[in-house]
Design a protein around this ligand. Structure first.
Ligand SMILES: [Zn+2]
Length: 406
């Protein structure tokens, strides 16, 4: 078989053919021409058109490589006279109308960009970073338009920061299917509202049963407005985070009170207090017991933290509530301001905390996804804009379909 025939078959050309294949140092150049009597299609509506209006100047498309040499397709596009659309550039069977790479190469790039950074992907295919960005963004646009949208019952709302501690994005997961549903710039009420109004819409909001989130008034308000039937559940991991912050605050304020000499045994004690006790080494255990013997407020903070955690184990709602009520009372009597603050926060959010016993759902179900987003942000310092970062998150976490090659 001639190489021309082989490439024609690979590209599934019907109204076009390969006239010549040239080899240079860098490329295999594939010259394409149209077959005379076959009808070309309109690039807008894909309708077959009888009339060719004119011939444009030659264009090039990058394709996959054959062995070491990347293919380059060369062709002079025709403009057709479409009965519906008027004079339009023809449809290319090997590429999207706007693209400078073939659909096959675009898909290969998009697939690799799920694993590697955009820079790494670009290097692999001899493209520049911008081309990869364009390809990924178009793949995401396509994927969002064509993805399946089964009914959603349980979602988790979370936030990620683009740079450490600043520029927040809001992410929404389907906790049952463990897939990313939506990413929005910012974490304000106005921004997150778009998830309910644009992504979900009124009809799809009605199937929501559980919404898992941090204790944040703006999120709760949105749920009550757009999915009033859904149970709000304050996320276990966020609650524990607030609890740990209280412990840390007590420790830090105690450290400030101590003299330099007294401080010695407490150096680097932060993790001793926050770690689960069964994960401590024997040396750490010893240091912990010294720490708690020495300092009464830290002892109280430590035991409060440990006893709070029992809440997650209860199976009977009445017992769980009893435990929590008792705990909040002792926290209020603890003379530790951070714990009083935490207890007050719990008290005003009880109706979203107690359902844990029955639902046993948390954003921890998608923790893997969260880590993936972190690694996406770490491996690319090139996301100069939120838009690029959002595209990369969708691309790696939303299981979007890739464009179908013709
Ligand atoms: Zn048309």
């Amino acid at each position: 078989m001639l190489i021309e025939t082989f490439i024609r078959k690979q590209l599934r050309l019907k109204a076009h053919t390969v006239t010549k294949v040239e080899e240079t140092e860098e490329f295999m150049i594939v010259h394409i021409d149209r077959l005379d009597r076959r009808l070309l299609r309109c690039g807008v509506c894909r309708q077959r058109c009888r009339e060719v209006h004119d011939l444009r100047s030659e264009r090039e498309w990058r394709d996959l490589s054959m062995r070491k040499l990347p293919l380059k397709l060369c062709y002079r596009p025709r403009r057709v006279d479409c009965p519906r659309c008027g004079v339009r550039v023809e449809d290319f069977p090997w590429a999207e109308p706007w693209a400078r790479v073939t659909a096959a190469l675009a898909n290969a790039v998009a697939t690799l960009a799920r694993e590697l950074s955009w820079q790494g992907t670009a290097r692999q295919y001899g493209l520049n970073w911008k081309s990869v960005a364009t390809i990924v963004k178009r793949a995401v646009e396509y994927g969002l338009r064509h993805r399946t949208r089964p009914p959603v019952h349980a979602i988790g709302i979370d936030e990620v920061s683009r740079r450490k501690g600043q520029v927040y994005l809001t992410v929404v997961y389907d906790l049952e299917r463990r897939v990313l549903l939506w990413v929005g710039e910012d974490r304000t009420e106005e921004a997150v509202k778009k998830f309910f109004t644009e992504e979900m819409g009124r009809r799809r909001c009605r199937t929501l049963q559980v919404v898992c989130m941090d204790m944040w008034a703006a999120y709760a308000k949105l749920v009550r407005e757009h999915a009033p039937q859904a149970q709000i559940l304050f996320d276990r991991f966020h609650i524990v985070q607030h609890l740990n912050e209280a412990v840390e605050e007590v420790r830090r304020s105690e450290m400030r009170r101590l003299s330099v000499q007294e401080k010695v045994p407490f150096k680097r004690s932060r993790w001793l207090l926050l770690k689960n006790p069964w994960n401590l080494t024997s040396d750490q255990k010893e240091r912990l017991s010294m720490l708690v013997r020495w300092n009464a407020p830290i002892v109280r903070a430590y035991y409060l933290k440990e006893s709070f955690q029992l809440f997650w184990e209860y199976r009977r709602p009445s017992r769980a509530e009893q435990h929590l009520q008792k705990w909040m009372n002792s926290a209020m009597r603890s003379r530790l301001n951070p714990f009083k603050k935490f207890a007050r926060m719990l008290r005003s959010h009880l109706d979203g905390i107690l359902p844990w016993t029955k639902l046993r759902l948390s954003n921890g179900a998608v923790e893997g996804m969260n880590n993936k987003i972190k690694s996406v942000s770490h491996r690319s310092f090139g996301f100069r804009s939120a838009k690029n970062f959002i595209a990369a998150i969708y691309h790696c976490c939303a299981r979007l379909p890739l464009p179908v090659e013709l």
